[in-house]
Design a protein around this ligand. Structure first.
Ligand SMILES: Cc1ncc(COP(=O)(O)O)c(C=O)c1O
Length: 375
């Protein structure tokens, strides 16, 4: 029986699942992970923490994940100087799950979520999955987002949920707090600032606006700067009322005891883990320099990845890089992304391998179109 014969929801017919290729034989520079694995000391600490929990796995975990949320609140306070307590922190299995819960609680049938594209491709997928209509507005040609354009879009669509991603994936573009502030003031729904890559950016966090806007939600993840993508831990800071709303839709015991223990251990080693951020940014800057040296364009980035191009045939460049053993992301079929590819910073060796592979394929493949015409 094929998918067509299943009694699938009509709005899911013809859709494709999220699916960045997983090709372990190549250098993995395609899903914006941190290339640095945990140190032997952290591996030992994780083994101890997980070992302690292992003996209690006959019991459900702490449904409220109080200790973990307390640690996350302390971490965010240490980064932003905004006093936050456990009641204003929420956590789930990756920020994708956090965002899904936000849409379950504040979106849904008859409601609209608004995003500014190109942006994170999961936002519209999560909207669809929760029966929320998706309204897409375009960023400017240089991928920035102005106060006026953002506010006009909010007034046009009157969305129940607005997504602002900063730094934005896949462009790396940062959005200033003036935009967040104005969008919050113009919105009657909730405003989600997706700060998955915040630790790589010098700009202040939207967490600093939380006290001013009760319907502002700031989501974060341990998958990127924290180098913990495999553990699946995302979190959100908001008002205590928003956190109570998310409790209405979460599954009971959604965060396993193993996840909670691993995430708490990583947080206790945050100095070491975040110590990789400068190294990652250094390799990103090396990439920017090297790619521009080949006569290609790079979009200014505040994240651990960058958009480069533009290529006449990005799929062919993607294939050539893969043939050379380097896996990057072909985002070129996304809205406003024609001709662009995305790559994330790797280790020094990975960065060298990428730049060497690109030098071998790039000169013959650039787009004829004038610079800055990205649409
Ligand atoms: C902008 C953005 N938000 C959220 C996520 C989800 O991350 P995770 O579910 O691993 O926390 C990603 C992952 O790439 C992302 O790029």
């Amino acid at each position: 029986m094929g998918l067509d014969e299943l009694p699938l929801r009509e709005d899911l017919r013809g859709r494709t699942p999220y699916g960045a290729p997983q090709l372990p034989q190549a250098l993995q520079l395609n899903v914006n992970e941190n290339p640095h694995g945990p140190s032997p000391a952290l591996v030992a600490a994780l083994q101890r923490a997980v070992g302690e929990v292992a003996g209690t796995l006959n019991r459900y975990p702490d449904r409220e994940a109080v200790a973990l949320r307390t640690d996350l609140a302390a971490y965010l306070t240490s980064r932003t100087e905004v006093p936050l307590g456990v009641e204003r922190l929420w956590a789930a299995n990756g920020s994708n799950e956090v965002l899904q819960q936000v849409l379950q609680a504040f979106g849904g049938p008859g409601r609209t979520a608004l995003g500014f594209e190109p942006s994170y491709s999961m936002h519209p997928l999560l909207a669809t999955g929760t029966g929320t209509a998706w309204a897409a507005e375009r960023r400017a040609a240089d991928f920035t987002l102005s106060v006026d354009d953002a506010v006009a879009a909010v007034e046009r669509h009157r969305p129940a949920v607005v997504f602002l991603t900063t730094p934005n994936n896949p462009t790396g573009t940062a959005t200033g707090l003036d935009v967040v502030d104005a969008v919050c003031a113009a919105s009657s729904g909730v405003v989600v600032v997706d700060e998955a890559y915040a630790e790589f950016s010098a700009l202040p966090s939207a967490v600093t606006l939380l006290d001013r806007h009760p319907r502002l939600l700031v989501s974060r993840t341990m998958s990127k700067a924290f180098a913990l993508a495999g553990a699946r831990l995302g979190y959100l800071a908001a008002s205590a009322d928003v956190v109570d709303a998310l409790r209405l839709v979460r599954l009971p015991y959604h965060l396993s005891a193993l996840t909670q223990a691993a995430a708490r251990t990583a947080l206790a080693h945050s100095g070491e883990l975040l110590g990789t951020v400068e190294a990652v940014k250094g390799q990103r800057d090396r990439m920017v320099h090297g790619i521009r040296g080949l006569g290609l364009d790079v979009v200014p980035t505040e994240a651990n990845f960058l958009l480069f191009g533009r290529f006449r045939d990005p799929a062919a460049v993607w294939r050539s890089l893969l043939d050379a053993g380097v896996l990057v992301r072909d985002v070129s079929t996304g809205p406003g992304l024609s001709g662009w590819l995305r790559v994330n910073a790797g280790t020094p060796d990975e960065t060298t391998a990428f730049l060497d592979a690109l030098a071998a394929v790039a000169p013959t493949t650039t787009s004829e179109e004038p610079k800055g015409s990205a649409q």
